[in-house]
Design a protein around this ligand. Structure first.
Ligand code: FMN
Length: 244
């Protein structure tokens, strides 16, 4: 199995997103997968112009010159594509959204009904990979990923593929906190298991899904702890910047 991860964080190699992708892909390689990890922040990806040239004038090819042709080759080479992103205003990052929009040339302009009778575009000549969503948020709860849970299903419908899995980490901004290292290391083990399971079974086990949904800090008053620490931290940062 070939798994290609596209990391949409502006922080690239330094991102909390990368902490998750790195452990997940390591688990996939343990189980024999061939993996690739691409940082979209290192690529030039223009906004989609909405001109439909890629369907009408030059089918399959966008009129803009940037890194998308190379990225589309990586996308098409995958059995599973991981859309890995920080949560930005309850959604994927802007860079990730540009990347997804710019996959348009791979589709076919004609319309069809999906198996449920809802209209979509016909899929393009090349088979799309299976989709996997991976995201982390600043806020601690798992409820912040409601939009992404729906988005990845709608994307899979639109691209005539399916959802191979999804991993969401509330409180992901804590993933590089030195004092939480034992908790983060334990979480990385679960991510690694998830990567191996995807390769071996084509999906994550119910037990792994359950563990991935557990709070990073196993305390009943996690949100309160988060609130007081995060607010104190923000006050310190604001003060430090004010002083220069
Ligand atoms: C523009 C912007 C919007 C954000 N919106 C949210 C949000 O809606 N909910 C949330 O929990 N965190 C939000 N965050 C926080 C990030 O998701 C969080 O800091 C995350 O850990 C960053 O991950 P990264 O290092 O992979 O980029 C936002 C951050 C930015 C910069």
């Amino acid at each position: 199995m070939r798994i290609v991860a596209f990391n949409g964080s502006p922080h690239a190699e330094e991102s909390n997103t990368h902490v998750m992708v790195d452990a997940f892909l390591a688990g996939a390689r343990d189980a024999g997968a061939d993996t690739e990890n691409i940082f979209l922040a290192r690529k030039k990806i223009n906004h989609c112009l909405g001109c439909f040239s890629c369907w009408l004038k030059s089918p399959g090819t966008c009129i803009q010159a940037d890194d998308m042709p190379e990225l589309m080759k990586h996308y098409l080479s995958a059995d599973v594509v991981v859309f890995a992103t920080p949560l930005h205003v309850d959604n994927v990052s802007g860079t990730m959204k540009d990347f997804i929009d710019r996959l348009l040339p791979l589709g076919d302009p004609h319309f069809e009904k999906d198996p449920e009778g809802e209209v979509r575009h016909v899929s393009g000549p090349k088979k799309d990979p299976r989709f996997f969503m991976m995201a982390n948020s600043g806020f601690p709860e798992q409820s912040h990923f409601q939009v992404l849970r729906l988005l990845i299903r709608r994307m899979a419908r639109n691209f005539s593929t399916d959802v191979a899995g999804e991993i969401y980490r509330g409180g992901g901004s804590l993933l590089q906190e030195e004092e939480l290292k034992p908790l983060v290391d334990a979480y990385k083990v679960v991510l690694r298991t998830a990567g191996s399971e995807l390769v071996k079974d084509g999906k994550l086990s119910p037990e792994t899904i359950r563990r991935l949904e557990e709070p990073l800090i196993p305390a009943p008053n996690y949100a309160e702890i988060f609130l007081s620490n995060a607010n104190a931290f923000m006050d310190q940062m604001i003060e430090a910047h004010r002083k220069g």
